[in-house]
Write a protein that binds this ligand. Structure first.
Ligand SMILES: Cc1cc2nc3c(=O)[nH]c(=O)nc-3n(C[C@H](O)[C@H](O)[C@H](O)COP(=O)(O)O)c2cc1C
Length: 201
C-alpha cells in the first residue's frame, strides 16, 4: 500500500497531522484566576491523566508565541480547576475559546455561572458534573509549548452522574475533540473485553 512517510515537517502541518491522528481527545476546560483577580476559562484538548497516586493531570498550551492567559495565570498562582466537558456544555465550552484580553473574563463574556472551589481560589463551572481542583506540580517547557502538570487536591462529582457511588459513563456523556471543529460524543459506543490485566492498566 503506498504511504506518505517522513518527518512531521514533511506534512502540510505537524499540528494538523498530530491533532487529527490523536483523536478523540478529552477536553480539559480550565478555570484560573489571574493575579489581578480576573477569572479565566478556556478549553485545552492537549489534556489527560498522568498519574493516579498521586492523582495528576496535564494540559499543554501550544501554538502561540505569547503565553496564553491560562498558563500565565497558572504560573502566577500555581492553581487551576479542570471542568469536565459534557454534551450539554459543549457550546459554552466552544464560546470560551474566544481570544479575549487578560482583563476580560470568559465566565462573564459567555454568561457561565461560577461555583466556589473548596481548596483553590479559581472558581469552577457550576454546571460541570465533574471538576478537579488542582495545584501546579510541574511546569515543563517543550519547545514553544508548556506541559503543565497539576495535582488534584479536591474533586467535585455531581450525584446525578453516580450509580452506587461510582461515576457512571452512561450518565456522564463526555465529549472528545476530533480534528478542527469536529467533536465526538459518547452516544455510540461498543465494549471490548481486555485480556486479563492488573488494576489500572
Ligand atoms: C475544543 C478546544 C480545544 C483546544 N485545545 C487547546 C490546547 O490543547 N492547547 C492550546 O494551546 N489551545 C487549545 N485550544 C485553543 C484555546 O482554547 C484558545 O487559544 C483560547 O483562547 C486560550 O484561552 P486563554 O488565553 O484564556 O488561555 C482549544 C480550543 C478548543 C475549542
Amino acid at each position: 500500500m503506498p504511504s506518505h512517510d517522513g518527518p512531521p515537517e514533511a506534512f502540510d502541518s505537524a499540528y494538523r497531522l498530530l491533532s487529527t491522528a490523536v483523536t478523540p481527545r478529552p477536553i480539559g476546560w480550565i478555570s484560573t484566576t489571574s493575579e489581578a483577580g480576573v477569572d479565566n476559562l478556556a478549553p485545552y484538548s492537549f489534556f489527560n491523566v498522568v498519574a493516579v497516586d498521586p492523582p495528576v493531570v496535564m494540559f499543554a498550551p501550544v501554538g502561540s508565541s505569547d503565553l496564553k492567559d491560562t498558563p500565565r495565570n497558572v504560573r502566577e498562582t500555581e492553581q487551576f480547576v479542570v471542568n469536565v466537558v459534557t454534551r450539554d456544555l459543549v457550546e459554552q465550552m466552544n464560546a470560551t475559546s474566544a481570544t479575549l484580553g487578560p482583563e476580560k473574563s470568559e465566565f462573564d463574556h459567555v454568561g457561565i455561572e461560577r461555583a466556589e472551589s473548596v481548596v483553590v481560589d479559581p472558581p469552577r463551572v457550576a454546571a460541570a458534573k465533574i471538576a478537579f481542583e488542582c495545584e501546579l506540580r510541574e511546569w515543563i517547557e517543550v519547545g514553544g509549548s508548556v506541559l503543565v502538570l497539576g495535582e488534584v487536591v479536591h474533586a467535585h462529582v455531581d450525584e446525578s452522574v453516580l450509580t452506587e457511588g461510582n461515576v457512571d459513563i452512561d450518565k456522564l456523556d463526555t465529549v472528545g475533540r476530533l480534528a478542527g471543529s469536529q467533536y465526538a460524543s459518547t452516544a455510540e459506543r461498543f465494549s471490548l473485553d481486555r485480556p486479563s490485566r492488573p488494576l489500572f492498566k
